[in-house]
Design a protein around this ligand. Structure first.
Ligand SMILES: Cc1cc2nc3c(=O)[nH]c(=O)nc-3n(C[C@H](O)[C@H](O)[C@H](O)COP(=O)(O)OP(=O)(O)OC[C@H]3O[C@@H](n4cnc5c(N)ncnc54)[C@H](O)[C@@H]3O)c2cc1C
Length: 383
């Protein structure tokens, strides 16, 4: 029996533990956070059909559908509300066999924690690993060590496993900041009848989607330097100032949001790497292929990783070749989304009005072609 050590219990780590629980691999998981319930702080997330298909295979797809909201329509508009593109998302769901779902991030995490949170040792930080010929050993901040056959670093964009494997380099800042919030649907909240909407401005972008039966989530993205912050309690006012010229429902949605629900982070990624692993060590999720929010594929690609990894580690005695086969199966596809997400995020940072006008023309004219490519890309490959 193979023993895998899993570092990190985010969406990627928990999904990997769930996928591996269906194989003959024994899993030991370490998570730095003291409590699993506090790991996935955040607003909403869009899970495209490829993600939902993995979640179905993990046995949690129905629970995700029940907690989230189907994204049956998608529109891109200009700041003033002019329609640039409309996608028939229901048709994509029919073609692929799974819908896109908007959902609160803590809900995704909670559902996966129920399925894959067995035996996670919380409050336990991994500080490094030692490669031995017949095993890999992780060292823990509390002085303990754990030996296994395989080490899977699912420890996020600032991964410790990755730093030891590939060198410690900072993530790449996209020149953007993102403010996010969840907004319960209540009297007075302007509820868009389009499930998923995106508004493009100059150096600014606003996204809103349904993320539960009675909940909306929004993201406001603005060109900004790395490490910026807002005066305490002022994030909502800062966003309102940036988006005051945007058409409704943008302004009214921001106005209706609880100021304490709004939080700000930088937008960063990592460029694709040539390797993700060595010997008995590999990476998964953001540790392997961190990408910007812009194509809604970070979590989806982490979920796809789990399928490819579990299929290759199941019933095998030699673990090294299967780990390289897993990386080989996943690197090209995840790198494609990393590149796409970077370019699309950067296009939201264009500030010069002529560049923004050109971008809007390209978005409108290329929409049918991009839609066809999207339907193809959102189909889950056979792993
Ligand atoms: C603004 C924004 C919007 C997004 N929108 C979408 C979207 O719509 N759709 C989508 O599919 N994706 C989206 N993503 C991407 C998605 O959120 C991530 O790709 C995904 O959550 C990555 O999961 P992960 O488990 O790989 O990493 P993480 O969530 O970062 O989890 C890593 C875990 O490892 C733990 N850890 C770290 N170091 C150690 C250590 N040394 N020892 C022990 N534990 C450790 C951390 O505490 C954490 O719990 C978005 C991301 C952002 C930032």
């Amino acid at each position: 029996m193979t023993k895998a050590i899993l570092v990190g219990a985010g969406i990627g780590g928990l999904a990997a533990a769930t996928a591996l629980s269906k194989t003959d691999v024994e899993v030991v998981s370490f998570e730095r956070a003291r409590n699993l319930a506090t790991v996935e702080l955040g607003a909403g997330i869009t899970l495209w059909p490829n993600a939902i298909m993995v979640l179905d295979k993990l046995g949690v797809g129905q629970e995700i559908r029940a907690r989230g909201a189907p994204l049956h329509s998608f529109e891109q508009r200009t700041r003033s509300g002019r329609l640039l593109a409309r996608w028939p998302m229901e048709e994509m769901a029919r073609r692929i066999g799974a819908p896109a779902i908007g959902i609160a991030r803590p809900d995704v995490h909670a559902v996966l924690a129920q399925a894959g949170g067995y035996g996670v040792q919380t409050g336990t930080e991994v500080t490094g690993f030692i490669e031995r010929e017949d095993a890999v050993e992780v060292t823990l901040a509390d002085g303990r060590a754990e030996r296994g056959d395989v080490l899977i670093g699912a420890d996020g964009i600032e991964s410790t496993v990755r730093a030891q494997l590939l060198g410690a380099t900072p993530p790449r800042h996209a020149g953007l900041a993102i403010w996010r919030a969840n907004l319960p649907i209540a009297p007075g909240v302007p509820v868009p009848d389009v499930a998923f909407m995106l508004f493009w401005g100059t150096g600014k972008k606003f996204v809103v989607f349904h993320s539960g039966p009675r909940q909306l989530s929004w993201e406001a993205i603005v060109r900004a330097e790395r490490g910026g912050s807002d005066p305490p309690g002022m994030s909502k006012d800062v966003v309102l100032t940036y988006f005051k010229r945007f058409a409704d429902p943008v302004r009214t949605l921001i106005e209706a949001t609880d100021p304490n629900a709004v939080f700000r982070t930088d937008v960063s990624d990592r460029p694709p790497d040539k390797h993700w692993g060595r010997g008995r060590v590999t990476l998964l999720g953001d540790a392997a292929h961190a990408m910007t929010f812009a194509v809604g594929q970070g979590a989806a690609q982490a979920l796809e990783d789990t399928m490819a990894l579990a299929a290759r580690l199941d019933h095998t005695r030699d673990v090294i070749a299967p780990l390289r086969a897993y990386e080989e199966a996943r690197m090209k596809r995840s790198a494609k989304f990393q590149g796409l997400a970077w370019r699309l995020a950067r296009a939201g940072a264009w500030k010069a009005p002529p560049a923004a006008i050109l971008r809007n023309i390209v978005l409108a004219t290329s929409s049918p072609m991009v839609w066809r490519a999207q339907c193809k890309d959102m189909t889950l490959p056979e792993y």
